[in-house]
Write a protein that binds this ligand. Structure first.
Ligand SMILES: [Fe+2]
Ligand SMILES: [Fe+2]
Length: 145
């Protein structure tokens, strides 16, 4: 039995929130660099399954193009920040900027899109299965690269 799409996406959100806390308490630069890489990869993977699977279904079910556009704009802002991480002179500052954007975006998804999706009658269990499959495929591809 596949997990519900929103439960899966929220599990990603919690994982990334936890990674930001780990980054903050990390002692040395090596640990920070490692965590920064994991944070960027987790966010990239999460944004991808939202954009490929959850967001289009949300737009179909609710017709709320405005909420979709807004979420995509925020994803783009985070992608731009992630792209700067490898060359960032101030890694703490770069991660902090990502964290601020991500926490804001996650809060909006919780109160806005996810609440609306739950009320819309979307097939959340079916979507959860598709998200899990896609996530696993891409995670494997990253590990083999
Ligand atoms: Fe998102
Ligand atoms: Fe999300």
């Amino acid at each position: 039995m596949a997990q519900d799409a929103i439960a899966l996406l929220e599990a990603d959100h919690h994982r990334v929130e936890e990674l930001f806390r780990e980054y903050k308490s990390a002692g040395d630069q090596q640990a920070k660099l490692h965590l920064a890489q994991i944070i960027c990869m987790e966010i990239t993977l999460h944004s991808m399954v939202e954009e490929e699977i959850f967001y289009p279904e949300f737009a179909r079910a609710t017709g709320d193009e405005q909420m979709l556009e807004h979420a995509l704009k925020e994803h783009q802002e985070v992608k731009d920040l992630i792209a700067r991480v490898p060359t960032a002179e101030n890694l703490d500052g770069a991660i902090e900027a990502i964290k601020q954007h991500v926490l804001h975006h996650v809060e909006e998804e919780r109160r806005g899109m996810f609440a609306k999706a739950k009320a819309s009658g979307m097939e959340l269990a079916t979507l959860g299965g598709r998200i899990q499959t896609r996530r696993a495929e891409v995670a494997d591809a990253i590990q083999e690269a």
